[in-house]
Design a protein around this ligand. Structure first.
Ligand SMILES: [Zn+2]
Length: 412
């Protein structure tokens, strides 16, 4: 295939994807009604409902602006051959292929992120602030940026280096070894996430003794699930939104509760949320997700191995000569539709898993407490209560609230 053809394919993917996402957003925006779903009548009055509508509208508008900016920017970079220019410019100063590639990706990442700071700033200090969610201070904002850059360098740097090293040494056979490396790397991240990475950004403390801890222990012994590691995270440092999640595997498994969650929910509700998380573990969703993401990486790396030496990929981005990093970038853009398709499949599965975890919680804990926890969470976070079914199908990893409530109703 000629370089021009590849460039046209990349541009076509970009345009179709952009238009498609805008269409989904528009459908979602126009799918709102003038009243909350009847299932929420007890927790969502008209004033709160109007607030969720306003929040959803503000978020969608912000999304329109930011995706238009990145769409146009990427289109200009592609059509002017700017990626190739950057590569030639770096070639003057750096000889080493791997160092060149790391600088190339490093510069792209930094420039893209720095240019998007005004948007991130607006989102945090204007949009989220207006709806009372933002708790981030200006120093925290900048410190987060700095730590984020360092973390990206420490985590992504060695991985990119390894990829280039393996391609250089093994040619197209690199993909099997790199998938193994990704597997080990994500296992490492999974096990050490709460002990090494999260503490860089948040304070984690063991759940203190008290009524909540006792209630959790009663539940844990009832389902014979060891719950010695329950951590409270100071999510309130950045936002008043709340959440809970599971992390790690085997003996390292931990449940993390946001301080904002504990503040806004009753003990029964918290135990039912915890039961939902235990359900994910019991139904083997944690292992399933790990295996699926490994399969996803394998598909990607296999396809990459077929294309990594194609000269025309680099030329399509405006380069004078082929280089591995330009080929990687072009491949990333060509791979977008495959990744999207796999993402839809993973979302379908994830929504199914959420129903299973809810059912587990309904059976082992208090069903009505889970229902009220879900309703309160949704209203407190001003979630969209009338998502369009297409938007749900393509983007939602969790079923819409009303569907979850109806499924809970059917549980015994
Ligand atoms: Zn869940």
């Amino acid at each position: 295939m000629s370089a021009d053809t590849i460039l046209y394919i990349i541009v076509a993917i970009l345009v179709v994807n952009y238009l498609w996402e805008q269409l989904l957003d528009l459908l979602n925006l126009n799918h709102q009604k003038d009243h909350p779903p009847k299932e929420l009548a007890d927790v969502c009055d008209q004033a709160t409902y109007r607030k969720t509508l306003a929040y959803h509208r503000a978020q969608t508008k912000f999304g329109f602006v930011s995706s238009a900016i990145s769409f146009v920017a990427l289109l200009v970079l592609l059509l002017t051959g700017a990626f190739g220019e950057l590569d030639s410019w770096l070639h003057q100063y750096i000889d080493n292929e791997i160092l060149l590639a790391l600088s190339f990706f490093g510069i792209l990442f930094l420039v893209a992120d720095i240019l998007s700071i005004p948007l991130q700033w607006y989102n945090t200090f204007v949009l989220e602030e207006k709806f009372g969610f933002n708790k981030t201070t200006v120093p925290t904002f900048w410190l987060d940026k700095l730590k984020g850059y360092l973390l990206a360098a420490v985590l992504a740097g060695p991985l990119v280096w390894l990829l280039l090293f393996l391609i250089d040494r093994l040619g197209p056979a690199f993909w099997i070894y790199f998938v193994l490396a990704i597997g080990l790397f994500s296992l490492f991240l999974n096990v050490f996430y709460t002990s090494l990475i999260l503490p860089l950004f948040n304070k984690l403390t063991p759940l203190p003794d008290g009524e909540l801890k006792r209630a959790i222990e009663v539940y844990a012994s009832k389902v014979s699930f060891p719950l010695s590691n329950i951590l409270v995270i100071d999510g309130s440092k950045r936002s008043s939104k709340s959440n809970a999640f599971f992390s790690g595997i085997g003996k390292k498994k931990k449940i993390v509760l946001y301080d904002t969650l504990i503040e806004n929910h009753s003990i029964e509700e918290l135990v039912s949320i915890l039961a939902h998380e235990v359900g994910h573990y019991r139904k083997k969703h944690v292992i399933q997700n790990f295996v699926l993401s490994l399969i996803q990486s394998a598909v990607m790396m296999f396809l990459l191995s077929r294309m990594i030496t194609q000269e025309s990929l680099s030329l399509a981005l405006g380069a004078q000569q082929t280089s591995i990093h330009l080929n990687l970038l072009a491949f990333g853009m060509l791979y977008a539709p495959v990744s999207k398709l796999l993402g839809v499949f993973l979302n379908i599965l994830s929504r199914k898993n959420e129903f299973q975890a809810d059912a587990f919680a309904a059976k082992t804990a208090d069903k009505s407490a889970l229902a009220s926890a879900l309703k309160n969470l949704s209203v407190d976070n001003l979630s969209n209560l009338w998502p369009h079914h297409w938007f749900v199908f393509f983007h939602y990893s969790h079923p819409p609230l009303v569907q979850r409530l109806r499924a809970l109703d059917l549980e015994n």
